[in-house]
Design a protein around this ligand. Structure first.
Ligand code: GLU
Length: 309
């Protein structure tokens, strides 16, 4: 068993809308894993992407975590207030020659022959390396990319097993500073996990493909690599991840016990039927003591049948 100082976990929502069932699963899974190990559990607001941040969403997420009894142990940090830390990391990368300016637009990358994988998600296009050796004549720098290597970067996920990626061919050099001047999620998350001393990252499996990029940045910045556990993602009957885009309903604070019970069932924790009459702290105490992540081994996507949420 780990001691309290040995385990530091976190929930890092992007305040693009209220907490819904999908984000509750990530919040609850990370909370229970931390509390089962007598660890610290933190909340970090990933409000760095200001164009996507919805006013009032951070407050609403915080209030919902409170109504669910998911109490965090230290002050909530906001990425929007941490730009100097990202700037410093970016300078380190710049000083070691790990980043370079890039003039490509998304459209140019999407149109390039190398985007291969018929992946409709623009974020996941493989960058073909156009500006690696300098910006083509007549073009201007837009973003900054980090160089990747043609060697496997891997980790042993607590639920999904060994995951490896050859970043250069499977993701390509990726953006750390965006064309709009904002630092990218991949850089901010690595800087903040290290800043908050996070030892265990428990989050949705939709982020698993980002983890090798984050480990690559940790290596370049000499930062520790936490343990990772990627939880199954809740999908609707159309097999779409629950999200604001797929109209997931906000978690209902008028019946927090029911929300916790549904999320515990999704996490395969078999909450006893009588729990609906219990208060949230009794439910969470039971769930933390009995947390068994092995019940989720290898599960990536699980339909969340109750319609609407
Ligand atoms: N902010 C990210 C999201 O809401 C999660 C980041 C993480 O857990 O690393 O999808």
């Amino acid at each position: 068993m780990l001691t309290s100082s040995a385990y530091r976990g976190r929930f890092a929502p992007s305040p693009t809308g209220p907490l819904h069932f999908g984000s509750l699963v990530a919040a609850l899974g990370s909370y229970l894993d931390a509390k089962h190990h007598h660890g610290i559990w933190l909340v970090r607001m990933e409000d760095l992407d200001t164009p996507r941040t919805v006013p009032g969403a951070a407050d609403s997420i915080i209030r919902t975590l409170e109504c669910l009894g998911l109490n965090w142990d230290e002050e909530v940090i906001f990425q929007s207030r941490r730009t100097p830390a990202y700037e410093e990391a970016w300078h380190k990368l710049h000083d070691i020659g790990a980043v370079y300016p890039c003039a490509c637009t998304r459209k140019e990358i999407a149109d390039s022959a190398l985007h291969a994988l018929a992946n409709r998600n623009m974020e996941e296009l493989i960058y073909p390396g156009t500006c690696r050796d300098g910006i083509p004549a007549g073009k201007e720098s837009r973003s900054w990319r980090v160089r990747t290597i043609q060697k496997p970067v891997g980790f042993n996920d607590a639920l999904q097993g060994n995951i490896t990626q050859i970043l250069e061919s499977e993701s390509g050099d990726f953006v750390v500073k965006r064309a709009d001047g904002l630092f990218a999620y991949q850089l901010a998350v690595v800087v903040d996990d290290a800043f908050q001393g996070i030892t265990h990252v428990v989050r949705g499996a939709d982020l698993i493909a980002s983890t090798p990029r984050q480990i690559h940045l940790q290596h370049l910045l000499n930062l520790p690599t936490p343990h990772y556990m990627h939880l199954p993602v809740a999908v609707n009957p159309q097999n779409e991840k629950l999200s604001k885009q797929t109209l997931a309903k906000p978690v209902d604070c008028s019946n927090p016990a029911e929300s916790l019970i549904k999320a515990l069932s999704f996490l395969q924790q078999n909450p006893p039927a009588e729990f609906s009459a219990y208060d949230v702290s009794s439910i969470l105490n039971w769930a933390a003591a009995n947390w068994d992540s092995n019940a989720l081994n290898g599960m990536i996507r699980i339909p969340h049948i109750t319609s609407g949420d």
